[in-house]
Write a protein that binds this ligand. Sequence first.
Ligand code: FAD
Ligand code: NA7
Length: 513
Amino acid sequence: MSLFKLLRISGPSRFSARSAAYVGKAKYDYDLVVLGGGSAGLACAKEAVDSGARVLCFDYVKPTPAGTRWGLGGTCVNVGCIPKKLMHQASLLGEAVHEAVAYGWNVNDQNIKPDWKKLVKSVQNHIKSVNWVTRVDLRDKKVEYVNSMGAFVDPHTIEYSVKGGGPKQQVTSEYIVVAVGGRPRYPPILGATEFGITSDDIFSYEEEPGRTLVVGAGYVGLECACFLKGLGYDPTVMVRSIVLRGFDRQMSDLLEAMMSERGVHFLHTTIPSSVERQGDGRLLVKYRNTTTEQEDSDIFDTVLWAIGRKGLIEDLNLPAAGVQTKNDKIVVDGTEATNVPHIFAVGDIIHGRPELTPVAILSGRLLARRLFAGSKQLMDYADVATTVFTPLEYSCVGMSEEMAIQTHGQDNIEVFHGYYKPTEFFIPQKSVRQCYLKAVAEITGDQKILGLHYIGPVAGEVIQGFAAALKSGLTVKTLLNTVGIHPTTAEEFTRLSITKRSGRDPTPSSCCS
Ligand code: FAD
Ligand code: NA7
C-alpha cells in the first residue's frame, strides 16, 4: 500500500504536487509530529502544513549549566550562526575604524573600545525579534506548537509535560521527525561545568569575557576566539591535535597564521586538566602538553569550551521506538528514514552529515515534500559550501587537497593557486600574507574542479556563487573563460594560472598582474 495518499483540492499552489492536500490516517492525532523547533524541524513542519498535513511541533530548550536559556528557533537563531555573525561583524567594524583613519576619516580616539554589554543587548534584542517573528509565522501557517520536551512512548506516540504541572499528555502521529539538534560538550574534568561556559552562553554573557581560554580548535572555537580578539579581549586557543581537523590543511595552517599575526595565542597539543575559581574570582586552569607531557597552568577570566557538540538523544526515550543511534546521533538512510520506517531524522541530529543550517533546512523541507506532496527528490549532501567567520574568512566547497589526493591520486589532480592583494588593503597597509586561493581539479580533459578554497574578505559571499557552478560541473577551462569583475577578490578565481606542480611563485607583483 502506498504511503502517500493524495486528494485533489481546488485553488492555486506553488508546486504542481500541491494541487493535492494530504489526507492522513484518522487513527492518529496528527499526520506529523516534529521533535525540535530549530532550522530543520521548523522547515519540515511548515512545508508539511503547506501540503495539507496536520502538524504538531515540540520545542524545548534546557538551560545551560550557567543558566542561559532562549526561545523558539533552535541553535542557529539563538546561539549559533546569527549571534556569531553579529559578533563577527562587530569585530570587523573595530578593524574598519582603524582602516578608516588611513582613508582620511577623522576618528579622534583610535583607542575606542566596544561596549560589550551594549553589544550583547543589541544582539539579544535582534534574537528576540526573530523569536517573535518565528512564533507569528508558525501561528499564521497553522503549525501547532508546544513548548515542551517530547519523548517516545512507542513508535507512534509522543509524551510531553504541560506547563504548570499535571499528568503528562500523549499524542499519536503517523510520521515522526526527530530534529532535536545538538548541544556543546563539556570535558569530564574538575570545574568544567561549574566554571566554564560554551557558545550557548557567550552571546548573552553579561560579564566582559576578558582574558579567555577557548578550548577546542574547530570551527566554533576559532570563530569565538577571533571575534573576542577583534572586540579587544585576549583569547588563547587550546589545540588538542590540529586546527580545523577535516578542512584543507594548507588553508587551515594559513588561517592559524593569520590569527597568530592578529595576536590570538595558541597552546598546541594541549588538553585541560582542571578549572578552579581563585579567591579573586579569576579561573586557574591546569593543563598538560600531550607531546612533551609537561604540566602547566594559567589564569583566565573566562573559559569557553568549544570541543564539539553532542546529539540530544538522551531525553527522547528512543529505545521505546526502537530507533538506532550511533555516537549520540541518529542513523538514517538516503531518505532520512531511521531503521523504523515512519520515523525520520533531519538536521544536526543525523549521524555523519554536515552540521550546518542550510543543510538542516533543505533536508527538512525536502523530507516534508516527499512525505506529503508526492515528491521523490532526495537531499544531496555532496559539495556543501561552508565558511569559517574569522577576520579574513575562509570559505570552501568540494574536496580539500588531501581528499582529492586520497580519492583521485596525487598524479591525477592539478592544483591551481595564487596569493592576491585586495585593492582595499593597500591604503591601510593591511597584511595580505594569507590572502590565498586555490582550485583543486582533475588533471585531464577540461579539468573538472573538485574543490575551491578561498581565504580573504567576505569569503562566504565569494564562494556561494562558485558553489552553484561547482555543482553544475565547473571546469578549469570554464573558470578561466569567465570574465572577472574588477576590482574584486572573487575575480582572482578567474585569473588562476599557476599550478603547484609548476613550482612557480604564486605571489603577484601588483594588484592587476
Ligand atoms: P537545532 O537548531 O539545534 O534545533 C533543535 C531544537 O530542538 C532546539 O531548540 C532544542 O532545544 C530542541 N529540542 C531538543 N530536544 C528536544 C525534545 N526532546 N523535544 C522538543 N525539543 C527538543 N551553521 C551554518 O550554516 N552557518 C554558520 O555560520 C553556523 N554557525 C554556527 C555557530 C555556532 C556557535 C554553532 C553552535 C553552530 C553554528 N552553525 C552554523 C550550525 C547550525 O547552527 C546548526 O547546524 C543548525 O542550527 C542545526 O539545526 P537543527 O534544527 O538540526 O537543530
Ligand atoms: P568540532 O569541529 O568537532 O571541533 C571540536 C574541537 O575541539 C576540535 O579541535 C577537537 O580537537 C577539540 N576537542 C574535542 N574534544 C576535546 C577535549 N576533550 N579536549 C580538548 N579539545 C577537544 O566542533 P565545533 O563545535 O567547532 O563545530 C561543530 C559544528 O558546529 C561545525 O561543523 C559547524 O557546522 C557548527 P580534535 O581535532 O578532535 O583533536
